[in-house]
Design a protein around this ligand. Structure first.
Ligand SMILES: *[C@@H]1O[C@H](CO)[C@@H](O)[C@H](O)[C@H]1NC(C)=O
Ligand SMILES: *[C@@H]1O[C@H](CO)[C@@H](O)[C@H](O)[C@H]1NC(C)=O
Length: 429
């Protein structure tokens, strides 16, 4: 669990537009030389909670809107500070490569941009400069694209010297502001998209580290939507479980997945309160082969999404209580340790050579039973503190979120055209 090999394995060669996915702070990352920037685990958890709070409050505002049909709140909180997984894509002509966090829980794509007219945070690569690219153009205020910003960023655009100006703010007080532009992006040498709409961020603040963000949500401005005609509304990824391994982000169904036949599919649900998120149907949880007794209404009341940017899976309070009770019972021979932030079921396993972890699987609509990898069950804080990698929501009506610790090593397939999400084992290590 505490392996720290400084090797960088390369991803399998796959068909289609496939990008290598690495941990933001792992040795495969171009960011890893900035080791001092790697947040300690408690800081990752703190930012994760800010992200979840902002997702929940966004949905509460949406239900308010629905029931009262009033105006859109001027400011929405969205948190991003924990984006752990990055890819490199090419931007501009001539092309330069940039490291970007990808996130299925948000929509807008942006990168830091020269001139940084207020401030830019530190990033690994030289900051993108549109004046050095022959394919960058500004979007004008009167264009139809400019008006699309409101839903993609949850904030109305502004107009500066007839150029459309965006602002996107995240729940941990990170933000990016700048000109809305169009540019050529290059995912692979044969996957080049002219006129991709993105944010040229001239004033940015936050803990991003990477050059910016790729939004893979369902909003029309997301990278997913802007490339969907080529890729048929289909993408997949594997999130590596160690910082020294790499996974992939693939656009389109190239038939390249080695585990295609062992994929299990669960339907996407529609949720008008969370229309740009990927809603799924969590039905129950098994611990050591036994289905926990959780009333059917618990997950139905809350609703569920899958999110690549949330770290720890969040469950309705009643479901989490049932899970932790069963888990603690199966682990009662091991000494407990103090809580770590919102993780309240922790153990000191430092004196054991081998530990028997009770298996946990998740039950999804469509008759899917997904056994979790051990790394999706226990989250290491330090050598003498490992914690059950789940947390309960504050309110029964808060959304359940299937997070990235639980998705590690799986092939996760977003077949949006087919209305279904696929899980397969052994996508990466
Ligand atoms: C885009 O608009 C900004 C603000 O008006 C301007 O400073 C910049 O030069 C413009 N870039 C291009 C390529 O037109
Ligand atoms: C592990 O973290 C906890 C706090 O989360 C701390 O109390 C403990 O001293 C740490 N142990 C080690 C060995 O660093």
């Amino acid at each position: 669990m505490f392996l720290s090999t400084f090797l960088c394995f390369s991803a399998d060669k796959r068909k289609g537009a496939s990008l290598k996915v690495v941990h933001k702070y792992g040795p495969c990352s171009h960011l890893h030389k900035n080791k001092e920037n790697a947040p300690i685990v408690t800081e990752i958890l703190r930012r994760d909670q800010l992200r979840v709070n902002s997702i929940q409050s966004r949905l509460r505002q949406n239900s308010l809107k629905e029931s009262k049909a009033t105006t859109i709140p001027a400011n929405s909180d969205r948190s991003m500070g924990t984006g752990n997984y990055i890819v490199r894509i090419g931007l501009g002509t001539p092309k330069k490569d940039f490291t970007l966090i990808f996130d299925t829980g948000s929509d807008f794509t942006w990168t830091q941009c020269q001139p940084c007219f207020v401030s830019c945070y530190q990033q690994q690569e030289p900051i993108y400069d549109p004046s050095l690219s022959s394919t960058y153009t500004n979007i004008t205020c009167s264009s139809q694209q400019c008006s699309q910003l409101s839903s993609a960023t949850s904030a109305p655009p502004r107009c500066l010297t007839n150029t459309c100006f965006y602002g996107v703010r995240y729940g941990d007080s990170s933000f990016s502001q700048g000109f809305f532009g169009s540019e050529t992006i290059t995912l692979t040498p044969s996957d080049v998209f002219p006129n991709f709409l993105f944010g040229c961020g001239e004033n940015n603040y936050g803990f991003f580290g990477a050059a910016g963000l790729i939004g893979l949500g369902r909003d029309p401005l997301s990278l997913f939507s802007q490339t969907s005609s080529k890729y048929g509304n289909y993408f997949s990824y594997c999130l590596p479980s160690t910082t020294s391994a790499s996974g992939y982000l693939t656009f389109g169904n190239g038939g390249g997945s080695s585990t295609g036949s062992s994929l299990q599919f669960t339907p996407f649900l529609s949720n008008s309160k969370a229309s740009s998120l990927y809603s799924i149907d969590i039905l129950g949880i098994k611990v050591s082969g036994q289905t926990l007794s959780i009333s059917q209404t618990v997950f139905k009341t809350a609703g569920s999404i899958i999110d690549s940017g949330t770290v720890i899976t969040r469950l309705p309070p009643a479901a989490y209580y049932a899970l932790k009770t069963a888990f603690r019972d199966k682990m009662k021979q091991y000494p407990m340790a103090q809580s770590a932030g919102f993780l309240d079921t922790c153990y000191d396993l430092s004196k054991y050579n081998s530990v028997k972890i009770p298996p946990i699987s998740f039950l999804f609509g469509g008759n899917v039973e997904l056994p979790l990898d051990t790394k999706g069950i226990l989250y290491p804080i330090n050598v003498s503190q490992v914690c059950l990698a789940f947390a309960g929501n504050m309110a029964a009506s808060d959304l359940a979120i299937f997070g990235n610790v639980q998705q590690q090593t799986l092939d996760v397939v977003y077949d949006v055209a087919g209305g279904k999400l696929g899980f397969g084992p052994g996508g990466c290590s």
